[in-house]
Design a binder for this molecule. Structure first.
Ligand SMILES: NC(=O)c1ccc[n+]([C@@H]2O[C@H](COP(=O)([O-])OP(=O)(O)OC[C@H]3O[C@@H](n4cnc5c(N)ncnc54)[C@H](O)[C@@H]3O)[C@@H](O)[C@H]2O)c1
Ligand SMILES: [Zn+2]
Length: 376
């Protein structure tokens, strides 16, 4: 090739470290924490309307009381708001309020708020610093960490987005007091996933403390969130842009995705992931990747969390067709992240963290799910 090549250093791509502050009452310290990482910023606080009433309005007032210029922007609660339309409405509102490059975005809410406000932060004026204040257990243990932001489209979930890691995450177990019990359970499913794939002693700890966590015991929730964040952070640090090992965090998610799709997204994500983990672990056992007995142990822990250990009967027939459709849409065989055994992800001889699983194995795994009743 003729001509010259100029190498451009890409500082922006170097992952900056950030703190996840976990503790009962941590939200009270938001103004000081925010000040220490982002001095003298104008703050756009973005929250769903329900969380605004319960927590975000007070947090916004506290920022103002601490001398910060903070303004609250709300959107309708729920996954239906994770769209380009909401992104457009929020960015228009920020422009109208003359937020400039000296601003920051504070996302307060569940994973929807984090993904949507995070995508606003990733794109507004080519990127503003982001602070995540997760208020669901799912957002605390999973969504607020790792830098994925984005919105859904008619073609599928999370298809338009950006990697935009936060500068600070503040997780306060006390805000879970207002969270419905099923949302707590949904978050637990992702924590169980971290135990299954990454840490057998954490898996055992969850089994011993399910009651405390579901009872919203602050110390138990603090440990759960901190340990899940540690485990996820270690994987993300290894593979920030999901080119390899980060795939292990998708355990249960290939089947969950098909389940959610076939239910037209009416099923809670955490519940779909719970059922998906059992089906995938069982398929892994059939394929000889996963140690025998693993799926049964995962199923038992999920049951004790009040989570499903199999897909709803009414969905079973639609699952394989949904996965076939997905395969056509992606022009690729679905691949599965699987545990070798509790606490350890499986890796093939070529170093891949995912495995192709044949339809036969999946069918048998699903049939097993249909045969085994939910009771212990
Ligand atoms: N970025 C990531 O890495 C990542 C990871 C996992 C999930 N996600 C995304 O997260 C989303 C799901 O998040 P979710 O389960 O938190 O749902 P959600 O954000 O919709 O929250 C569930 C409901 O609870 C309300 N809520 C939030 N906190 C509350 C509180 N403390 N008290 C009472 N109500 C409260 C919300 O407003 C909403 O109505 C999905 O869109 C998913 O794609 C993203
Ligand atoms: Zn998930």
């Amino acid at each position: 090739v003729s001509g010259r090549t100029v190498r451009v250093a890409n500082e922006a791509a170097r992952e900056a470290a950030y703190d996840v502050v976990v503790g009962p009452g941590a939200l009270r310290d938001l103004p000081q924490l925010l000040r220490s990482v982002l001095p003298a910023r104008r703050c756009a606080v973005i929250a769903p309307a329900d969380v605004a009433r319960m927590h975000a309005r007070a947090a916004c007032d506290a920022l103002r009381a601490a001398g910060l210029d903070a303004e609250l922007f709300t959107f309708a609660p729920g996954e239906a708001s994770k769209t380009r339309e909401s992104w457009a409405a929020l960015t228009d509102a920020l422009l109208a309020a003359r937020f400039g490059r000296d601003s920051c975005i504070v996302a307060i809410g569940g994973g929807v708020a984090g993904d949507l406000a995070g995508f606003v932060a990733a794109t507004y004026m080519r990127g503003l610093p982001l602070v995540q204040v997760p208020t669901t257990l799912l957002a605390m243990v999973d969504a607020s960490v790792g830098g994925k932001t984005g919105v859904d489209t008619a073609a599928g979930k999370n298809l338009v987005g950006a990697f935009h890691p936060p500068r600070l995450v503040v997780a306060d177990p006390l805000v879970l007091a207002t969270l419905p019990a099923d949302e707590l359970r949904a978050g637990l499913a992702e924590a169980v996933k971290h135990g299954v794939m990454l840490d057998a002693s954490y898996f055992a700890w969850i089994a011993d403390h399910v009651g405390d966590v579901l009872g919203r015991d602050a110390a138990a929730v603090e440990h759960l969130v901190a340990r899940s964040v540690e485990l996820k952070a270690a994987v993300v640090a290894e593979d920030p842009f999901e080119q390899g090992m980060r795939a292990v965090l998708n355990f249960g998610h290939t089947v969950a995705h098909a389940l959610e799709q076939s239910a037209d997204w009416s099923l809670a994500h955490g519940f779909a992931v719970a059922a998906g983990m059992v089906v995938e672990a069982r398929a892994g056992e059939i394929a000889g990747v996963t140690d025998a007995g693993t799926a049964a142990r995962v199923a038992a822990l999920l049951r004790s969390c009040g989570l499903p250990d199999s897909p709803p009967q009414s969905r079973l027939a639609q699952l394989l067709p949904a996965m076939r459709l997905d395969k056509k849409a992606r022009a690729a065989e679905p691949r599965f992240a699987l545990p070798r055994r509790i606490g350890e992800p499986a890796r093939d001889d070529a170093g891949s963290w995912t495995f192709p699983i044949g339809e036969d194995a999946l069918e048998t795994a699903l049939a097993g799910a249909a045969r085994e009743p939910r009771t212990v």
